[in-house]
Design a protein around this ligand. Structure first.
Ligand code: GRF
Length: 202
């Protein structure tokens, strides 16, 4: 299976996927990353892709007249690589109708909280501020809401009294990287069905 990965930041989730494919082999893992896209330049996530010899593309909102035009451009840039699965690994933009028309049902996102708790761009900070005792990460299919699509898998991470946002996020990311690698591999190897809010991996 062909994966396109979308990033906006450090790309450690992308790196976990890259390392797993390299260590396991494309056949055994069931998928290979064919391109990496971003919404901004100059991020470590793109540097990681380049070091791995992968094609990259950048689709910036400010380069397009409207948000819908950006969405269509992103959809086209991704479609050019003919992915079977698109993975948002820290991609910090909400995609629109055109993107979902093409990739809905095969667009996976990872979120650093236990959805439906703490959706949005500050899930780690929000769980900490709320005084939650556990949080975690969620890998889900993207639908037309914000972090609302059908949940595939979740991992739990305890919140410690001495945690600040970055310490907690690093601990979440340790679980998140393993969860994402496992889920993407199973989706690619086994195939899956989405039945309402349930995801069934064969
Ligand atoms: C991940 O925790 C992701 O869930 C969140 O941002 C982080 C991206 O980390 N949206 P990285 O870019 O993969 O290192």
């Amino acid at each position: 299976k062909r994966l396109v990965v979308l990033v906006s930041g450090s790309g450690t989730n992308l790196q976990a996927l890259l390392d797993t494919v390299a260590a396991t082999g494309t056949e055994a893992y069931g998928a290979e990353i064919v391109a990496v896209g971003a919404d901004r330049d100059g991020i470590e996530g793109l540097a990681r892709a380049e070091r791995a010899g992968l094609p990259t593309f950048v689709c910036r909102v400010k380069d397009h007249g409207t948000r819908a035009e950006w969405d269509a451009a992103l959809a086209g840039a991704v479609a050019a690589y003919e992915p079977d699965l698109v993975v948002s690994a820290g991609f910090m933009k909400i995609v629109g109708k055109e993107f979902l028309a093409l990739f809905g049902g095969r667009f996976v996102n990872t979120h650093p909280a236990l959805l439906p708790s703490f959706p949005g761009a500050h899930g780690v900070r929000d769980a900490l501020a709320y005084g939650a005792r556990v949080t975690g990460c969620t890998v889900h299919f993207v639908d037309d809401g914000v972090d609302t699509g059908p949940i595939i898998a979740q991992g739990v991470v305890e919140i410690r009294d001495e945690d600040d946002e970055s310490a907690l996020h690093e601990r979440i990311k340790e679980v998140e990287r393993r969860l994402l690698v496992d889920v993407v591999g199973r989706l690619a190897r086994n195939g899956y069905r989405i039945e309402g809010r349930k995801v069934v991996i064969q």
